[in-house]
Each structure stands twice: as C-alpha cells, then as structure tokens.
Design a protein around this ligand. Structure first.
Ligand code: GLN
Length: 534
C-alpha cells in the first residue's frame, strides 16, 4: 500500500509558499502510482525502492515545513539514464555486458542534483550504450511512448536513445530526467513525446561518471515538461569539473560569458525592439520531411515573426555530409571506448572465456547486442590503416566544414575560436548574421514500433539528419514541443544558451497563444493526414 499524505492547513500553506503544486510526499506517491501503472512502457531498467523514495520525500517535506528547502529542486523526482553512474543503483547502459555493473561512485551530475535534495527514482531504459534512435536495442525490451489508451501506449516509439527518460517524464513517473545526447538522443525522444529536451553546448556539463559512447560528441541532456524545470537543472549542473578534462574551465566560461552578455546588450540596444534574428537553413528542408512537419515549421516561423523576430533564410551547405560524417566518427570513437569491455577490466565474463584459452572473443560476442557489434566493426574498419584516410580523416574534415558553416551564419563569433587576447569590441562579428537557428527536431511524428522494426539500418540512421549537425559543431540545442507530436529545435552559437532559451521560451508560449495554437493545430492536422495512413 502506498502511504498517503496527512495534510494540515499549515503544511499546505508552506508548500504553496515554496512554489509546490503539491507536497513532496504527494508528488512521490503520485509518481509511484504512475510507475506501477506504466510498467508496460519499459521506461526503467532499475527502480529505486519505494520506501527510499518516500523517506527522501518525507525529509524534503519536513525541510519545507521548517522553510529549510535546500533548493528549488529539493524533493523533486529525477530519473537518470542508465549510462550515467549512480552509487545506489546498477549502471547497465542497457547492455547484457554490464548487467551486474555497480558503480562505486555517483556521476558528478547526479551528485550535484542529490546535493540539492533531488530524489533519484530510477535508471531509465535506452538503446544499448546510446546507439539507436528508438530505444528498441535494449535487453530490457523496447520502450514505448505513453499514449492515451493502453493499446496506444504499446504502439509508438518513444524515440531514442534516451527513450526511457522521455517516457518516464511523459507518463508522470518523475518530474525531470537526465539523458545523454551524442547525435540527438535527448532531442528526438523529447520531440516524439511532446517534451522539452535540451542538449547543452559541448563541454558545459561534466561527463565524469557518464559512460562514453563517442567522447567528442557526448553531452548530458535534460528532459522535462516545462523549460523552467530544465533550466533549474541546467543551472545546478553548469559548472566546471576537475574530474572531467573536457569540461570547460572557469576562465573560458567567464570570457565567453562576457562576450555573450555584451552581444545581447548590443542586440537589445541597436536593433528595433531588440528583435531576434532567426536563421532558417534551406538545406534542412529535406525531401523526406513529412508535410505536416514542414507546415508546423512554417507556422512556428510565422508565430516568431509575430513576436517581432526577423526571419532570415540561411545556407549551411555541408549539412548533407553531416550524417555520413557522424556515422563514421561516432562508431570510430565507440570502437575505441568499448574496447574496455573484455570480461577482465569490465563486463560480464563469458564462461568459455578462460585463462590459457580464448580470451575476450566469447565475452564480447555474447555481451554486446547486434547494433553495438555492427558499430564496433564499422568503427574498427574506418580506423584501420587501409581505410583511415578515406573515411575517418575525411569525416573529421567534414566535421570542421559543418562547424565553419554554422560560424559563418551566426552573428556572434564562436567563443572557442577566440584567442583570449583580442577584445570583444575588436573581434569581427557578422552584422548580417543570425542569433539562433530554428528547424524541426524530427522529420515526422513518432513512428509505430512495428514500423521501426521493419526499418533498414540506413532508414534508422536517416532519422537523425536534423539533430546531428548541431552535435558535430558542439552547439546548444533544445527541442520545444510546439505541437504534441513534433518538436522544433532552437540552435544557438557555442555557449549562447541565453539566446537559445529566450527564443525557446517564446515557442513554449506558442500553444498557449491563440494564434500560435491555431497554427499548430492546423499543422498537426496535416501531420495526421500524412503520417497516419493505417
Ligand atoms: N541515433 C544516434 C546514434 O545512434 C544518436 C545517439 C545518441 O545521441 N546517443 O548514434
């Protein structure tokens, strides 16, 4: 039996005062009910014990009584993707290889959230090691998107690879979830499940304790129903970390931060009404995009224009090479990162794997799923001496061109390209450039799981076409649920989360505003017409 909250008038008053809609115990109880009711979604790989969640909630409630809440996140329920280390729950990466792996420490991002009083409800299901876009490559079974009827709840993809995190938030099993985004894994599930999904600039959040898939692309991301919750978590996690050498250090943060403040001050002072200039990349309007998505994109731009934004067509000519480059670079890095799972250093050792006989091979053959094995083979090949020049090196060059494309369209220079010597005022900036880019996150709405199973590998990979470019360039991007079925992405210059959020928050109001809602409804109707010919 789940305990219920014994309320008193004073408690309600304090809880209200602290900004809660309900007390931590009520919230935890509701989430536990939702977890039990939604087991079929397969959103979790491992759950925290109910009594632990409730006792943490009780402590938060007591702190609320005494007006001693540690932070706005105190008592909030957080789910953690299963490739982020937790000291009290296994970290399996949804892989048979790590089925028994228990981390001896919390990842920095988890530690920071717990310090603020957040309660970890469980570890979320995902594509094995983050490789996939529909959370179907998991020994725990596929994740499904929460629906309005039980049948609908089993039918559709929640996206991936952080599909469990998105499903958990969408079904009310937690308030906020952490995911990881290497090529779109937070943004795509957020788009499919009607949520806010944020991938920060590369290097802003610590990856200490995050199991590496492709280090040069991996970022921790945040999923929630509202931008306020995502931003609250972002503020807590956005710090340097000595334990992660790729986490941007204080000096660079301050320098780029100053530049961005200056930029937005100049924007507000010099442009009429401080209007934002929104870039619309022509190359993202790909043939495969569903008609409804295109209409929704149009409606979004029309809505932003009504907010006073200036809509500017831009060209990112190397976009079409971004996807192939990503699918060379990510597997190449993965093949190196996953070498440690050999049954000796890490991983479930196979019984045929004995000293004096064949080592490694039986363990690796049995421990990894098909998709992971495919990527290891692809990556090992592109790094081999015979293929290196034609594949890996070329892909690195393409990555640089994609980065340069972005830098050439943004008004603000890339803070990482600056030498630190040149003053902001002396640095050239593109007076015709744009502040952010707005485009759809996904080509269409969430597909049926049965259709996902019929997709070829290339069809699956092609679904990442709109998310991968920002990953290659390390740019901040957030998917906003302008419709219930497809999200719009706002992409900013490196480090410019500020500008990105300002525009994203305008989009958050789109469904609420009369004009925006009407535009979104019309586009959604078109989306239905195109996508649902059952
Ligand atoms: N779908 C992409 C891949 O399989 C992205 C995954 C991710 O961002 N973790 O590589």
């Amino acid at each position: 039996m789940l305990p219920t909250l014994r309320r008193c008038a004073a408690a309600s008053k304090i809880i209200k005062h602290c900004g809660w809609k309900e007390g931590p115990i009520d919230a935890a109880t509701n989430a536990l009910v939702n977890i039990r009711l939604n087991e079929h979604l397969n959103a979790f790989t491992n759950l925290q014990k109910e009594e632990v969640i409730l006792s943490e909630a009780k402590k938060a409630q007591e702190r609320a009584f005494k007006r001693e809440l540690k932070h706005a996140l105190d008592g909030r329920l957080i789910a953690i993707k299963d490739n982020i280390a937790t000291i009290d729950l296994p970290t399996t990466c949804a892989s048979y290889m790590l089925k028994d792996y228990q981390s001896p420490f919390d990842a920095t991002v988890v530690e920071r959230l717990r310090d603020k009083g957040a309660i970890v409800v469980g570890k979320t299901n995902m594509d094995e090691f983050g490789m996939g876009s529909h959370s179907t490559f998991s020994p725990f079974g596929p994740v499904s998107k929460p629906g309005t009827t039980p049948l609908e709840s089993l039918a559709y993809s929640a996206g991936g690879s952080s599909g469990g995190s998105a499903a958990a938030v969408a079904a009310g099993m937690c308030d906020i979830a952490l995911g990881t985004d290497t090529g779109g894994s937070v943004r795509l599930p957020a788009s499919y499940c009607g949520l806010v999904g944020f991938k920060p600039s590369y290097g802003m959040l610590s990856r200490w304790g995050v199991v590496a898939y492709a280090n040069s692309l991996d970022t921790v991301g945040i999923i929630a129903n509202h931008s306020n919750d995502v931003k609250a978590v972002w503020k807590v996690l956005n710090f340097p970390d000595k334990l992660d050498p790729t986490c941007v250090e204080t000096g660079t943060r301050m320098r780029v931060g100053r530049m961005i403040e200056d930029f937005h001050r100049v924007r507000r002072d010099t442009r009429k009404d401080g209007r934002f200039r929104i870039g619309v990349p022509m190359e993202y309007n790909v043939e495969e995009m569903a008609e409804g998505t295109r209409k929704l994109w149009d409606a979004t731009l029309e809505y932003l224009a009504q907010w006073g934004c200036e809509i500017v067509p831009i060209s990112l000519p190397h976009t079409r090479h971004a996807l192939p480059a990503y699918y060379i670079l990510a597997p190449a890095e993965a093949s190196s990162n996953l070498a440690r799972y050999d049954g000796i250093r890490y991983g479930t050792r196979h019984e045929q794997d004995r000293d004096g006989e064949t080592l490694f091979a039986p363990t690796r053959a049995a421990g990894f799923g098909d998709e992971v094995r495919r990527r290891i083979l692809l990556g090992t090949y592109s790094l081999s001496s015979e293929a290196m020049g034609n594949y890996f090196v070329q892909a690195q060059k393409v990555r640089r061109l994609v980065q340069k494309d972005f830098d050439s369209v943004f008004a603000m220079p890339n803070g990482l390209d600056c030498d630190g010597e040149t003053k902001w005022e002396d640095r050239p900036w593109n007076s015709k450039g744009v502040d952010v880019i707005v485009c759809p996150t996904a080509l269409g709405e969430s597909p049926k799981l049965e259709d996902v199973n019929k997709m070829s590998q290339t069809e699956r990979y092609a679904g990442d076409v709109l998310t991968v470019p920002a990953s290659l360039a390390g740019l901040p991007a957030v998917s906003m649920p302008v419709s219930k079925k497809v999200g719009m992405q706002v992409i900013g210059q490196w480090g410019d989360e500020k500008g990105m959020w300002e525009v994203a928050v305008m989009l958050e109001k789109m469904r609420k505003g009369e004009v925006g809602a009407q535009l979104a409804d019309e586009a959604e109707a078109a989306l239905n017409g195109v996508e649902r010919v059952d």
